[in-house]
Design a protein around this ligand. Sequence first.
Ligand SMILES: Nc1ncnc2c1ncn2[C@@H]1O[C@H](COP(=O)(O)OP(=O)(O)OP(=O)(O)O)[C@@H](O)[C@H]1O
Ligand SMILES: [Mg+2]
Length: 477
Amino acid sequence: MKGLNYKFPHSRQDSGQANRGDKSLVNQGNQGAQNIHNNRWNEHNDHSPSPLMHAMQKISVQSSQSTSANHSKKSSISKPKQTQQMSFLNYLILKKEDEEQEKQAIQQQQNQHKQQQSQFMQNNYFPNEVIVQRNMFNFLYVIGIGGFGKVWRVEHKKNAQTYAMKEMSKALIIAKKSVNSVMNERSILSNLKHPYLVNIYFAFQDRENLFLVLDYMQGGDLRYHIGRMRRFSEDQTRFFMACIFLGLEHMHSKNIIHRDIKPENLVLDKNGYVRITDLGIARVLRPDNAQDTSGTPGYMAPEVMCRQNHSYAVDYFALGVIGYEFMLGKRPYTGRSRKEIRDQILAKQVQIKRSEIPDNWSLESADFINRLIQRKPANRLGFNGPQELRQHSWFKNFPWQKLYNKELKAPFIPHQTEDNFDARQISIEDEENNELIQQNAIMLRRNSIQALFNGYELDNFTQANEPIKQQLNNSNY
Ligand SMILES: Nc1ncnc2c1ncn2[C@@H]1O[C@H](COP(=O)(O)OP(=O)(O)OP(=O)(O)O)[C@@H](O)[C@H]1O
Ligand SMILES: [Mg+2]
């Protein structure tokens, strides 16, 4: 196993470009306050109770009840000792009730799950695979690192199929108040199947971790490759942008905004085709979403930065930033903090000037990118629908159907033998995560904490796979 003791640490890219330190921010909601927990920001509406807080709240309710009881009795007979005993008794009773409720909820959940499983077994699709567990896979080595843990290359022991396994520590999820975020990712993933998205096969959990079993993308992510290449060619950039567009078009057709399109979340297969991954902060579109300010500042559309209602066009803005970065080797709006980047966006509309267009790049390419990075959503390409991108002159005669069927030769092919990831970076981030996991592990003993992850499982292999084939067959282009 390669594990985390890697052989060839790759150097990080210079500060002119974005780097892996540019983390997704998840907003804190109404107060507008943002708390960073190591590298992931708190989730809007994600009010998973910290067990300590929960206990403290209970005790403070009890003690305030006992205080007011004392006050009201003061004028008659004061019995502080008895009141304290009463309040502690009350606390025990409440605690017992609470535990009973938790047990019932878990039981109910388990029954439901068993029922689903037996229905599935009756269909006789894949009877031995119904309960998916960690020990069904060989963990080969780590291929990526995320806010909540490692991403592994794994192999299914029985059928030797290779997958990517995203392992997420419950302790980290709780510490970063991101339960909603991970539950949301699992639920959106199971509603999407597309050849340009990283698709889900299974989801399961044990006491410490959540696991997502996904398409394995052996070519690494585009942050790693742009770090090494500095810039891409026009052909390569157009090919990458077209792949990302197909993935986005599908997500948008299902009313989902990705909200965190950036090179780290775009992964290559061995043939050089890009797929979109990381639906951690993707959301179903709501008209009134001004408070949802999650994303990564360098790729975040101005309407999100400025807390306005926003729509699918935010993903097209991010796509434009990526095109800009691949052409010129830097992002249009840079800065060390969200505020600095916002100030730059507010100060002026960046556009690629004629004189900046590199040799061998067309005017159309610059026009396409310039139209995507429009600050005003209504002026942005794609605001009126995805056909605006397809119809742009840069994509004139582009073989969309062949791309969809993956019948083209990709202009950038990742290494077939070397690792396509930065092992040193993975190791650094893993250590940071480990510290936090140790600090927060004790919480996982509580059933009420475990209950927050009820319903995470997805173990219907056949049904999870079926829609991909259907979509490929039914495609119109
Ligand atoms: N299916 C995959 N195949 C290969 N590598 C992957 C795959 N999924 C993720 N990776 C790698 O792992 C890294 C982290 O994964 P991901 O982006 O899903 O986690 P994350 O950023 O922590 O997500 P979240 O926002 O849910 O915390 C990616 O940047 C990528 O390099
Ligand atoms: Mg990510």
